[in-house]
Design a protein around this ligand. Structure first.
Ligand code: FO1
Length: 309
């Protein structure tokens, strides 16, 4: 089984490519829930939904999140009351949020609900939230103090500089059922090309998960989300330069050095390969930019071959 540690859009595209290469029953995705929050009384799990919609072929391809063929009648109506429309929940997307929130109210866990949704959509892969417990990413912004993740990311368009990141609840959280076993028994653990600081770090912060991954270090392959000093999507470059060891493939290698045995970097960064290797992380160079499904599948093939059996 191939276990993938996943954030949102980058991970979802990688997983779609991986599923063109291996049968869905051989794939488990362990997904970040540090972005989750409650709004309008609804339980929102952006990364789980991005992965689910993408693998179901239902995602809005331009945005990378939310449903394709979406309409926004409810948000338009809500706007008239002065309701909270800064975080856009489309009409179709709202159905999934109603379902999840009702099931939560009935006492179902997030992993149970996630499995139900995946089954309803006919996904053969195993999708696991990293934890069923509360995990809330917080960012510290100079002059503003601590902001909830979505207040910073969507509400403030991740424009404010970040001084620190904290994963509220991580120390008390328990891995969801199946998470530790999946990591321990995986043939390969892939760290998807997600944001290392706010998508993968919260996954590794759940009690026992980081340790389980470090134990498998020789079989852990990460794909660098930084290409040519930039992130293809989102604020990974800014966060790695302020909180990490720089917004380059070498910075990614340093960030992951204790968890990851092999880092896959882009051809654009070929000149950095020896510097990556000097951090103690094996380096594989390939085209990592997932322009389309075929490119994602080609990347998945390289990742699968990156560790010698
Ligand atoms: N991202 C935005 O930039 N604006 C939104 O209004 C927004 C709504 C939204 C609704 C559901 C969902 O699953 C995701 C949504 N996202 C939105 C994306 C998402 O919140 C972020 O990209 C991730 O949290 C970062 O990984």
């Amino acid at each position: 089984v191939i276990v993938t540690l996943a954030g949102g859009v980058g991970a979802a595209r990688f997983l779609a490519g991986l599923l063109d290469v291996v049968p869905p029953g051989d794939v488990t995705a362990i997904v970040n829930v540090g972005d989750d929050f409650v709004l309008h009384g609804l339980s929102i799990s952006p990364d789980l939904d991005t992965v689910t919609y993408t693998l179901a072929g239902e995602v809005d391809r331009q945005r990378g999140w939310g449903r394709a063929d979406e309409t926004w009648l409810v948000m338009e109506e809500l706007e008239r009351y002065g309701g909270q429309t800064w975080f856009g929940l489309g009409d179709r997307d709202l159905a999934l949020h109603l379902y999840r929130s009702q099931r939560r109210a009935e006492g179902a866990t997030l992993s149970e609900i996630t499995a139900e949704v995946a089954r309803a959509k006919g996904l053969g892969v195993r999708l696991l939230p990293v934890t069923d417990d509360r995990l809330a990413t917080k960012v510290v912004v100079p002059g503003e103090g601590e902001l909830a993740f979505q207040d910073w990311f969507v509400g403030r368009r991740h424009a404010l500089p970040v001084e620190a990141v904290r994963f509220d609840g991580a120390a008390e959280s328990r891995p969801a059922p199946g998470v530790l076993d999946a990591i321990a028994s995986a043939d390969l653990v892939v760290v998807a090309p997600s944001n290392p600081v706010v998508s993968i770090a919260p996954v590794l912060a759940v009690a026992g998960v980081g340790e389980a991954v470090r134990r498998r270090r020789d079989d852990v392959v990460a794909v660098s989300p930084i290409v040519g000093g930039r992130a293809l999507k989102g604020p990974a470059a800014e966060l790695l330069s302020t909180l990490g060891a720089g917004a380059t493939a070498v910075g990614v290698a340093r960030w992951y050095a204790s968890e990851v045995g092999t880092l896959v970097i882009d051809e654009l960064d070929t000149s950095l390969a020896s510097e990556v290797a000097a951090t103690g992380v094996r380096c594989v160079v390939t085209d990592t930019v997932m322009r389309d499904r075929a490119a994602a599948a080609a990347l998945a093939r390289v990742v699968l071959g990156a560790v010698e059996p």
